[in-house]
Write a protein that binds this ligand. Structure first.
Ligand SMILES: Cc1cc2nc3c(=O)[nH]c(=O)nc-3n(C[C@H](O)[C@H](O)[C@H](O)COP(=O)(O)OP(=O)(O)OC[C@H]3O[C@@H](n4cnc5c(N)ncnc54)[C@H](O)[C@@H]3O)c2cc1C
Length: 427
């Protein structure tokens, strides 16, 4: 049950902040000390909030999210097909804030005025001494739907991606209602959060079709070549349930006539899960924090200092989680995983705690562990570990190892519990 009582009342009388200005009233007066505001209560933001309280108890910590409760995307795929009904971890922000001793505010942050160190929300503005931006991703329907707002709204509503926590219920209902025909699912080009997640979900859906004897198939329209382990699974165990079209980048979608075009095909579908290309959350663009290519063209992700996590040219703003751009020219982006976001949140907390005392901490590097089901009954899993180190020339290198586990014993649950214990309150 979500309790709203601990959320700080966002005074409606303060009015909307439409433009920057010192006259915008303060939504929350500071408690007199220095304030760290964290925007985004996902894996990155929640972990940062908890560790900041531990490392710098003298700082005021305020976590802002547009929702009232955290919901976990990891472990959601098996929950979608009712395989693990209790797997979806949820907790209201008020409970976590009370337990760890920070404040939580429900608000949509609409703009960041970095010059004045102020955030704007629909309810009013707020000052900060340090800001952690951990706002995750946005869906970028533009490449497939152009600027057609009606088509974008229809696609979002009728064919939810299930890659944002607030899309999970609609997707679960869609799968429960599916009675047959072609269910189409897109796999967008990288970078995307948890790259094996679409394939894990495809296995779950294939299993659902097979065990419920539904006369239908999943048509997986994949911008890339897939992942070897899953490709084998689709071809061998689920050949009647999955049609995997590889190297088939989407050109356009008509959500009203239920058609999708690739370079080679025009596909008609009965229902769909449209996972569009991804970018950093909107605030990154609004705050002028996007990275640019060599020609100066802005990209979709946040530019950051890879050794200290602050924004380029602004050491009062720290960037954490899936919204990050390239960490190194040697491998590109860090994996967009919950484990990585949590570790980055912890590092950002240590950076701010040290800086608040006038010192510069030694750079710390994160790591990532990702558990994915490659089949469900009997269960088989794969674990992907990524480790990092700084080379002599100062660049970060990555080592990735993939392990197959034909007899998992709940390792993913133990993994999740370990990370969740750093950010939520055990039930
Ligand atoms: C199906 C699926 C399965 C996955 N499985 C795994 C797995 O097994 N292991 C793993 O490690 N990772 C997994 N991931 C990836 C993982 O979920 C993400 O990497 C992780 O959520 C990133 O955390 P984050 O803190 O960067 O962003 P998020 O968790 O998305 O949090 C961002 C928060 O910011 C808030 N926000 C955004 N904009 C605003 C605003 N303007 N104002 C206020 N609030 C705002 C949002 O409401 C949200 O709560 C999976 C992802 C998916 C989709």
């Amino acid at each position: 049950m979500v309790s709203r009582r601990r959320f700080l009342a966002a005074g409606a009388a303060l009015g909307a902040a439409r433009c920057f200005g010192q006259s915008t009233p303060d939504l929350l007066p500071t408690s007199g000390g220095r304030r760290v505001v964290i925007v985004g209560g996902g894996w990155g933001g929640l972990t940062a909030a908890r560790h900041l309280r531990r490392l710098a108890p003298e700082l005021e910590v305020l976590l802002i999210d547009r929702d009232t409760a955290f919901r976990s995307l990891p472990l959601s795929n098996s929950w979608l097909v009712d395989r693990t009904p209790d797997a979806l971890v949820q907790q209201d922000y008020a409970t976590a804030a009370r337990a760890w001793g920070y404040r939580a505010l429900r608000a949509e942050v609409t703009a960041i005025d970095r010059e004045r160190r102020r955030l704007h929300t629909a309810q009013g503005a707020l000052g900060y001494d340090w800001l952690i931006l951990a706002a995750g991703i946005r869906h970028d329907y533009g490449p497939w739907l152009g600027g057609d707002a009606r088509a974008i709204e229809a696609t979002r509503r009728l064919y939810p991606a299930g890659f944002l926590a607030n899309e999970l219920d609609a997707l679960k209902q869609k799968l429960a209602d599916f009675r047959g025909g072609d269910l189409l699912m897109t796999v967008p080009p990288p970078p995307l959060r948890c790259p094996p997640a679409p394939y894990e979900r495809a296995v779950m859906i294939a299993w659902l079709l097979k065990t419920r004897r539904i006369k239908g198939r999943l048509v997986l329209v994949d911008a890339g070549g897939g992942m070897q382990r899953f490709n084998r699974m689709f071809a061998e165990r689920y050949k009647d349930q999955v049609l995997h079209l590889t190297h088939a980048p989407v050109k356009s979608i008509d959500p009203f006539n239920k058609t999708l075009s690739t370079e080679f095909d025009e596909l008609k579908f009965d229902d769909a899960i449209i996972i569009p290309p991804q970018q950093a959350a909107d605030l990154v663009r609004q705050a002028g924090l996007v990275e640019a290519d060599a020609a100066g063209t802005p990209g979709g992700w946040a530019a950051f200092d890879p050794l200290h996590l602050h924004a380029i040219g602004d050491e009062r703003v720290f960037l954490v989680g899936d919204l990050l751009g390239r960490a190194s020219p040697l491998f590109g982006h860090y994996p967009k995983s919950a484990h990585m976001a949590a570790r980055l949140g912890r590092i950002a907390a240590a950076e701010i705690a040290a800086r608040s005392r006038g010192t510069l901490p030694q750079p710390q590097l994160p790591e990532s562990v990702c558990h994915v089901y490659t089949d469900i009954e009997p269960p088989e899993m794969m674990r992907i570990d990524a480790q990092y180190r700084v080379r002599g020339d100062g660049l970060i290198t990555q080592t990735v190892r993939q392990h197959e586990d034909p007899q998992p014993r709940g390792e993913e649950v133990v993994w999740a519990k370990g990370l969740l214990a750093e950010m939520l309150v055990p039930n």
